[in-house]
Design a protein around this ligand. Sequence first.
Ligand code: ZN
Length: 309
Amino acid sequence: MSHSKGIHHITAVAGDPKENHRFYTETLGLRLVKKTVNFDDPSVYHLYYGDESGNPGSILTFFPWEHLRDGSPDRGQVVAVSFSVPTGSKAFWLEHLRNHGLDIEEPFSRFGKEVIGLQDPDGLHLELVLDPEANSYDGWSDGAVPQQHAIRGIHGATLGEKEYQSTGALLENFLGFQLTNQLENRYLYESEASFGSTIEIIDQFGPRGRSGKGTVHHIAFRAEDEQEQLSLCEKLEYKGYYLTEVKDRDYFKSVYFHEPGGILFEIATDPPGFTRDEELNELGSSLKLPDWLEHERHVIEEELPSLNN
Ligand code: ZN
């Protein structure tokens, strides 16, 4: 099994882009590593947050569709996104989040790790997991959160499913995860990646919800390169999955399909990454557009709201 197997990025739907930007950069201390537009709807931002260089396994992205209705977690959706923070950072984060006016849950233990639950401004359920893996990596030194406490990457995602078996088999047979633990109707799958290595499936998830602001749009898993992506796609197609064509997302190549429970899955390549069109120290500082939209830059820039006050 490849050590790089795990979550590449998670993409969610937000409301006000300014509020989203403020929360993820100032409250959570992530770095805006790319400011671009939704390639399928250039009137809307596509904001990528991550660690200092936007490593695969650290990236949470948003489409801020302000006009969209509020969503609520649904069966057949990603219902929580968790981040890894160092094990010694609990007191810092509790105080920091309360100072930012957040109504946070009392920390609790799950599968041997302490978890702090919270919600983003649009109601997306987030978790900070006190994760020993985070202790071995440096945080971003230039963010709004002190380096020693900074989020190191995505810990994992929780999927709400009608039944866990089919999605579990997909994770185990194709995506590099193994079932490692179970607690009542919650099943823990882990990969060998340092970050983005955890998928939890809640079996018999309910009640019904709906997609919209504050819900996850899709979850992407890592392929080492285009060749591995292709071979994975061939295996999935042979198994009967319907896959889209390969789409060039500028910072990775993407293929999408629906997993058995209905969640949109993506296979994304690690290369070329976010330094493709910006230096490391400039990531996220200017609006980046794909070549085929450059001629519309003037109109696009005029329509997009400013992210800063
Ligand atoms: Zn994606």
